[in-house]
Write a protein of this length. Structure first.
Length: 318
């Protein structure tokens, strides 16, 4: 029975179908808002659904020189890794599954989704795929440091709030915010929140941090040789990561219930997540042009990292 419940949580709610549906819906709203801010009409809100259905009906063409097993398995592993993450996020109350160090497991799953894209690019037998994969490696190495430091600061602070030493659990972070209030309004954690906020567009791979694809430069990079259902799966991984990262920000810095009713808390959580996505993804990709990969590396190893370190020092020594 527990296995069936776990399977339901991964495949249906809050992962799987729920994650894909809400991510595609918010992606459609995002595209519409970007178009309006650029004085265009834009596609219909349901366009991402149409795109996915069309891709899933297209023929799959596998390059002759690529490893067919890796070509097929890499996108699936990437999608499974992001579908597992929501079961560790307290959407309306405690997480569905929790264990010591589950926040570290979330970081691993986010890394696996990025590695699946890297493997897809390297295995595509294309120069463009290799360049896209190498850029993704650099971007991943630049993102991990500020993100991990921000999360570490939150974990240490939640442990002090609850007066416990073991604080690397999403449930403890959630409970600490119920007692203390949202961490976003805690002076010591504001720099970490800003640093994590800056990581979101890079982790999602949208402008100005979409250099791993660079449509006008390297023809979609790691995705260049993909088509049909596997291209659709890789696109789903990128779209769902936008929702996942924003939901993770809400859980770390804005998590608290306002009602005893599950539906109301879920709606409030989704609204908070959408607001975070609007400011971290929609506005950012509307305003900024694509950066060079060395500029992205320099940016993430300076401003977000320094801000995260400031919070880490504050929660440890003050």
């Amino acid at each position: 029975m527990e296995f069936l419940k776990l399977l339901f949580n991964i495949l249906i709610f809050p992962g799987g179908l729920f994650l894909i549906f809400i991510s595609l819906l918010i992606s459609g709203i995002d595209r519409k808002l970007v178009a309006r801010m650029q004085r265009r009409i834009g596609p219909p809100i349901l366009q991402p659904f149409y795109d996915m259905l069309k891709l899933f009906k297209k023929e799959v063409i596998i390059p002759k020189d690529s490893n067919k097993k890796i070509f097929k398995i890499a996108p699936i592993i990437g999608l499974l890794s992001v579908c597992i993450i929501p079961i560790f996020i307290p959407i309306f109350s405690n997480t569905y599954i929790n264990f010591n160090g589950d926040i570290i497991f979330i970081i691993y799953l986010l890394t696996i989704s990025a590695i699946s894209l890297i493997a897809s690019g390297i295995n595509s037998s294309s120069v463009f795929g290799d360049i896209g994969a190498s850029r993704e490696v650099v971007l991943l190495s630049s993102l991990e440091l500020p993100m991990v430091i921000s999360i570490l600061a939150v974990c240490i602070f939640s442990g002090k709030v609850l007066n416990i030493s073991d604080s690397f659990l999403m449930n403890n972070i959630y409970i600490a915010q119920l007692n203390q209030g949202s961490f976003l309004f805690t002076l010591k954690l504001i720099p970490a929140a800003i640093g994590f906020f800056m990581v979101i567009p890079g982790e999602t791979g949208v402008l100005p941090f979409d250099m791993a694809e660079g449509e006008m430069e390297i023809c979609e990079g790691a995705l260049v040789e993909y088509s049909g259902v596997y291209l659709g799966i890789l696109k789903l991984v990128q779209i769902t990561k936008g929702f996942i990262m924003s939901a993770l920000f809400v859980s770390l810095f804005l998590s608290n219930n306002i009602s005893d009713f599950m539906i109301i808390n879920i709606l409030v959580f989704l609204i908070k997540t959408f607001v975070v996505m609007f400011f971290s993804i929609t506005i950012v990709r509307t305003i900024f042009a694509r950066l060079r990969i060395n500029h992205a590396l320099k940016f993430y190893w300076t401003i977000p990292t320094i801000l995260s370190l400031i919070s880490l020092i504050l929660v440890n020594y003050f």
